[in-house]
Design a protein around this ligand. Structure first.
Ligand SMILES: Cc1cc(CN)n(C)n1
Length: 331
């Protein structure tokens, strides 16, 4: 089996997140979910939520699905790196992404979501594509869509082709040679943390020399920006006129009309370059002439994160073999 589905920016102006249409249940209920390689819970806005916590999202109504079954006495609760959170109960139902169906997929129904989820009206929930060891369902943890689908897939892979301010694709079960140029460089993945954790071979700022240094980090489609060690941030933003680390805005900001260098990171001998346009991320508030950087410090996170700002500069293969690996190609 294979599947292919769109990755649609939730906001036309800034790539805050991407959502993908999925079908749940019988008859199919279509929701738009944030595919997140940085977590492993599949949860949705549901009919169990109080109306006060719903602001335009599409909800999943298990009572309207003839194939939905309550997973009795199971609950879940998750908090993300940005402080957002949700919790609820669990059903199993048919779950289809781009023509690829998993029967009896655990669909975690929200009974409560935090305000940042309520405020994001274009996200109806998340599909965790991290390792199933991170799933929060108790007493029995559940498998991700990818783990459930893998045995039926032509190849045990999914790929991310995210795009800057436009619609990209998630493919499941195959690698589309048309979506990248040159070769795919695969590097090992450490599955112990439960994320797609790999080691980058170094970085360069603009046209500067490449600094060979191991950067352990995660490939996280659910995080908007790139978070790296402070020393790399200093090296980058020293090249940006008027850049400063702002306590007010919680990170590096600069005048929106400043000239920004590109940022290159290493994958083995290969190099992926993030264009400067991706790094001028967004005005700090609507209409401001001060912009927030797409590269920020990981010092408060304890982990380096290659979020969408980096991922959309590449074609990325999440290979779920034994052992799993991650592949990067230019496009
Ligand atoms: C909702 C959500 C997902 C992620 C990345 N895993 N973050 C930081 N927030």
């Amino acid at each position: 089996d294979t599947g292919s589905a769109a990755a649609i920016p939730v906001n036309p102006n800034y790539d805050i997140a991407y959502v993908t249409p999925v079908s749940i249940g019988t008859p199919p209920q279509t929701l738009h979910l944030d595919f997140d390689t940085g977590s492993s819970d599949l949860w949705v806005f549901s009919s169990h939520l109080p109306a006060s916590q719903i602001r335009g999202q599409t909800i999943y109504v298990p009572a309207n699905s003839s194939t939905a079954k309550l997973l009795a006495d199971h609950t879940w609760s998750i908090t993300y790196g940005d402080g957002s959170a949700s919790r609820g109960n669990v059903y199993v139902d048919n779950f289809t992404v781009g023509g690829l169906t998993v029967e009896n997929q655990a669909v975690q129904c929200a009974l409560q979501v935090s305000t940042s989820f309520t405020r994001e009206s274009n996200i109806d929930g998340l599909v965790g594509l991290g390792f199933s060891t991170l799933n929060t369902v108790v007493p029995k943890s559940q498998l991700t869509f990818f783990d459930n689908a893998k045995p039926h897939m032509d190849e045990p892979v999914f790929t991310a082709d995210l795009k800057w301010k436009s619609e990209g694709t998630y493919d499941f079960g195959f690698i589309d040679e048309k979506k990248y140029t040159g070769k795919i460089t695969y590097v090992p993945v450490n599955t112990s943390p439960g994320y797609w954790t790999f080691t980058s071979s170094g970085y360069a700022v603009g046209s500067g020399n490449f600094s060979a240094t191991s950067i352990v980090g995660i490939a996280d489609t659910g995080t908007s920006l790139v978070y790296l060690p402070p020393s790399i941030l200093t090296a980058y933003y020293r090249q940006v006129e008027g850049a400063t680390s702002s306590r007010t805005y919680g990170g590096y900001v600069f005048p929106c009309n400043s000239k920004l260098p590109s940022f290159t990171f290493g994958i083995g001998e290969a190099r992926i370059t993030i264009p400067s346009s991706y790094i001028s991320y967004a005005p700090v508030t609507a209409g401001s002439s001060t912009c927030f950087g797409g590269l920020q410090s990981s010092s408060s996170l304890g982990i380096n994160i290659w979020g969408d700002v980096a991922l959309k500069a590449a074609f990325v293969v999440f290979h779920g073999g034994n052992p799993p690996t991650i592949g990067w190609a230019k496009k």
